[in-house]
Design a protein around this ligand. Structure first.
Ligand code: NAD
Ligand code: TYD
Length: 349
């Protein structure tokens, strides 16, 4: 395996921290540079296991700053980029779309520009863009998203990610920038910021607080264990074909209400509470505006071409996840003591 100098953006976030740890530990001959602005969603504590490794480097910086990125590329001469930094929460995108435009679209173009300008030759270079299945829009009761499903984003978040995907493809077609991309379903697991469904509900159950299920809860998501996503990124990074997109999914479709009920049963068991007590916290609240009905991934391409498959199913992964948040109380407490609570007060008042 050749030596590489890889810039990973957003490595202090949920998926990024799993990916950084995988790459630092698995490839001691790679230099991993984690560039992260440490927004509310970024937490340097997530990386304490690798903080002292000699092939790991942290850079605090914002991808919205194009001049800074150009300087950074000049200084470090990265040969690859794995781009995860983003504003990632749909509800926040509904409240403040501009942050999503600035980071997800402008930030991505800044990175593309820095790479294009710095890479005088594109040999042995790669720009890997990590994206979401939400760019494909919303499915009805039937069907799956494939790599050729037309884009039809419907939230400011998914529209900003779709724009960034198109721009990455445009840089490939127009300038020949060597790119690869993946579009993944909903991730779950340790270190997810507790505004997303699963960690929010785990924390609320622990504290006997209501579980705000949007609408009637009959919305479907396809859940993927975050470490399986990190492994998929590793595979696509090393073996993906230039200019191609790979859908990454869990084959684990759940209606929100069924998923929440399964979580409640798991939490009753783990907390030694009477069966049915967590489910009593379920509270149906006002629906998310423009709520996408169903996401589901056809992951045949990545399975057939790159031999990647999810390693665990939801029931097992959900239990591991719940256990992790219960065992890492101080992580949860530190992260929930910040300003994000004000945001929730605003949304549910
Ligand atoms: P996250 O919100 O947990 O983490 C995002 C990270 O990016 C944080 O560490 C944050 O500090 C950093 N960041 C944000 N704005 C930045 C900026 N302007 N400059 C530098 N760093 C910045 O997100 P996540 O869930 O880990 O998602 C990572 C990527 O994967 C995103 O691109 C997201 O669209 C994509 N994705 C997420 C999911 C999911 O279920 N979470 C599914 C598919 C794809
Ligand atoms: P979320 O974790 O925000 O991911 P995404 O919107 O990217 O799919 O939400 C997952 C599903 O759970 C989605 O259908 C919205 C729903 N949801 C609730 O019902 N209540 C909540 O408090 C949250 C955060 C989400």
């Amino acid at each position: 395996m050749k030596n590489k100098k890889i810039l990973i953006t957003g490595g202090a976030g949920f998926i990024g921290c799993h990916l950084v740890k995988l790459m630092v530990n698995k490839y001691s001959n790679y230099e991993i540079y984690n560039l992260d602005a440490l927004t509310y969603a970024g937490n340097i504590e997530n990386l304490k296991d690798v903080a002292n490794k000699s092939n790991y480097h942290f850079i605090k910086g914002n991808i919205q700053d194009g001049a800074f990125l150009k300087k950074l590329f000049k200084e470090h001469q990265f040969d690859s980029v794995i781009h995860l930094a983003a504003e990632s929460h749909v509800d926040r995108s509904i409240l403040s779309p501009m942050d999503f435009i600035m980071t997800n679209i402008v930030g991505t173009v800044n990175l593309l520009e820095a790479a294009k300008e710095n890479w005088t030759s594109f040999d042995e270079k790669l720009f890997y863009h990590v994206s979401t299945d939400e760019v494909y829009g919303s499915l009805g009761e039937e069907g799956l998203f494939t790599e050729t499903t037309p884009y039809s984003p419907r939230s400011p978040y998914s529209a900003s990610k779709a724009s960034s995907d198109h721009l990455v493809m445009a840089y490939h077609h127009t300038y020949g920038l060597p790119i690869v991309m993946s579009n993944c379903s909903n991730n779950y697991g340790p270190y997810q910021f507790p505004e997303k469904l699963l960690p929010l509900f785990i924390n609320n159950i622990k504290n006997n607080k209501p579980l705000p299920v949007y609408g009637d809860g009959n919305y479907t998501r396809d859940w993927l264990w975050v470490k399986d996503h990190a492994k998929a990124i590793d595979v696509v990074f090393h073996e993906g074909k230039l200019g191609e997109t790979y859908n990454v999914g869990g084959h684990n479709e759940w209606k929100n209400i069924d998923f929440v009920n399964l979580l409640c049963e798991t939490m009753d068991e783990l907390l030694g509470r009477e069966k049915g007590s967590s489910a009593k916290l379920i509270t149906f609240v006002k629906d998310r505006p423009g709520h996408d009905l169903r996401y589901a991934i056809d992951a045949t391409k990545i399975k057939n071409e790159l031999n990647w498959e999810p390693s665990i199913q939801t029931k097992e992964g959900l239990k591991l996840t719940a256990q992790w948040y219960l065992e890492n109380e101080s992580w949860l407490e530190n992260i929930t003591s910040g300003a994000y609570l004000d945001y929730y007060k605003k949304q549910y008042s």
